[in-house]
Design a protein around this ligand. Structure first.
Ligand code: SF4
Length: 111
């Protein structure tokens, strides 16, 4: 049985993400151009990100990637099919639905 990505230490989770990651074939597609400060036109960026999101949709390590991104809070790129703004919204949404710390601690003590 595999360990759930949420239970993995960050280095292990990173290794799991890299094992089979579809974006390894063209990292610039997911992370944007690295061309010495030239700004990408918004239309080009949107088109590139749409393609990157499609590729994430077929990636076998998408769940591990999402968990890694939620933990590390990247500041650029497409991760698990989401922009960094979409990741932040998801993080905020999850935080709103978490029980208060005292309830969470009580649950952990019996789990
Ligand atoms: S889900 Fe997307 S960003 Fe994450 S490893 Fe796969 S291809 Fe790369």
């Amino acid at each position: 049985m595999n360990t759930h990505p949420s239970k993995l230490a960050l280095p292990d989770l990173r290794d799991e993400c890299l094992d089979g990651a579809e974006c390894l074939y063209d990292p610039e597609l997911h992370d944007g151009p690295d061309d010495g400060g030239v700004i990408e036109h918004p239309h080009d960026q949107a088109a590139r990100e749409d393609i990157a999101k499609d590729i994430c949709g077929t990636c076998p390590v998408r769940n591990a990637c999402l968990d890694y991104a939620l933990r590390t809070k990247p500041n650029r790129g497409i991760w698990a099919g989401l922009t960094v703004d979409e990741l932040a919204t998801l993080t905020d949404s999850r935080a709103e639905h978490e029980p208060p710390a005292t309830d969470r601690d009580a649950y952990r003590s019996v789990a």
